[in-house]
Ligand binder design. Structure first.
Ligand code: UT7
Length: 324
């Protein structure tokens, strides 16, 4: 016997404004062809003026609660993974808590950039296994359009806004790999690589929000090297191998990274959930949105073994293995 943190609901929210590559051709010296072939991105959503990360997060959380058949009062905790909070503080999670009408429990943010949702899931799992909470809303929500340098064509064409959420609930399991729920996690960071992906402003340094800066080629190289490895480590911690995997749900940064990682894992693209064409890179929101889309498309079904993997600023990277 052992406790498991099981996903019982999933949902996502995309702002209504869709920005196709052709619109970016009017802003910077780029082409639809370059963006498609280098990244696989065809369009992304941008939040409306005044629409903030907490708005996106609240909508995704409500969708996940509805899917689980729960109300906010049933939830013990809210964890939001974000690098683009409404304010320096309080945490976006507390704003979501209030907006959902939750009058109890606790709420906080996790910041591991594009790996944020994987880190938040591992954190929520530990909270559930240690008895801190029985039901947790885990949300990834971002408004990366707000930290784009619109004169830097190498970054501004890649990112988008959105939010995704899951409800994790404590359930009894056998302790074996047939259990539903989170089976293992592998988390890594290496702060020596801070300069290849960062935002050049902040409270304690410049007192500005700053803009995203990225050495794309270097990040690409690390992604190819590290993503398949962390997925394999997480699988082996659970006593599983790539052959057991039904769905890979990768961070959606670049189709070339997604396909190269699947190839390294020996997994066909017919077992990978891909949303990057429609969402662009939404940082911590990308995996929960892909989980939600994967369920809505009828790809991910109860009992399926799902592997998530992500890398982002820090560098931070990791993988969570769960049975849906
Ligand atoms: O989510 C966190 C993790 N982030 C990532 O995983 C992103 C990782 N990196 C990447 O996805 C890719 O490196 C990029 C999509 C960012 C770039 O692809 P690349 O194949 O590495 O291209 P590059 O940076 O080597 O640029 C190739 C050329 C350059 O021109 P020259 O020097 O060869 O003449 C760039 O100036 O493409 C040029 N370029 C563009 N051209 C048209 C850069 N951005 C653009 C653009 N439109 N938007």
């Amino acid at each position: 016997m052992g406790k498991r943190a099981v996903v019982t609901g999933v949902g996502h929210y995309l702002p209504s404004r869709v920005v196709p590559n052709s619109e970016l051709e009017t802003l910077v010296d780029t082409t639809d062809e370059w963006i498609r072939t280098r990244s696989g991105i065809e369009r992304r959503h941008f939040a409306a003026d005044g629409e903030q990360t907490s708005d996106l997060a609240t909508a995704a959380a409500q969708a996940a609660l509805d899917h689980a058949g729960l109300t906010a009062q049933d939830v013990d905790a809210v964890i939001v993974a974000t690098s683009t909070p409404d304010l320096t503080f309080p945490a976006v999670a507390t704003m979501v808590q209030a907006r959902l009408g939750m009058t109890r429990g606790f709420a906080y943010d996790v910041q591991a950039v594009c790996a944020g949702f994987v880190f938040a899931m591992a954190n929520a799992n530990a909270m559930i296994l240690s008895g801190q909470a029985d039901r947790i809303l885990v949300i990834g929500a971002e408004t990366f359009s707000r930290i784009m340098d619109w004169t830097d064509r190498s970054t501004c064409v890649l990112f988008g806004d959105g939010a995704g959420a899951v409800v994790l609930e404590a359930r009894d399991g056998t302790g074996g790999t047939a259990d539903r729920g989170i089976l293992s996690a592998d988390l890594n960071s290496d702060g020596r690589h801070r300069d290849i992906l960062y935002v050049d402003g902040g409270v304690s340094s410049s007192q500005t929000a700053g803009y995203l800066r990225m050495e794309g080629k270097e990040v690409f190289r690390h992604a190819i090297e590290k993503l398949a490895a962390t997925a394999e480590t997480a699988l082996s911690k659970a006593g599983l191998t790539e052959a057991d995997v039904d769905w890979v749900v990768p961070h959606q940064a670049n189709l070339r990274i997604i396909t190269a990682t699947a190839r390294k894992m020996g997994i066909g693209m017919d077992r990978v959930v891909v949303t990057v064409a429609d969402h662009g890179n939404t940082s911590a929101a990308s995996i929960p949105m892909a989980l939600s889309v994967g369920v809505a498309r009828g790809q991910i079904k109860p009992g399926d073994l799902v592997v998530t993997e992500a890398i982002g600023g820090g560098l931070s990277w990791g993988s969570v293995v769960l049975r849906w």
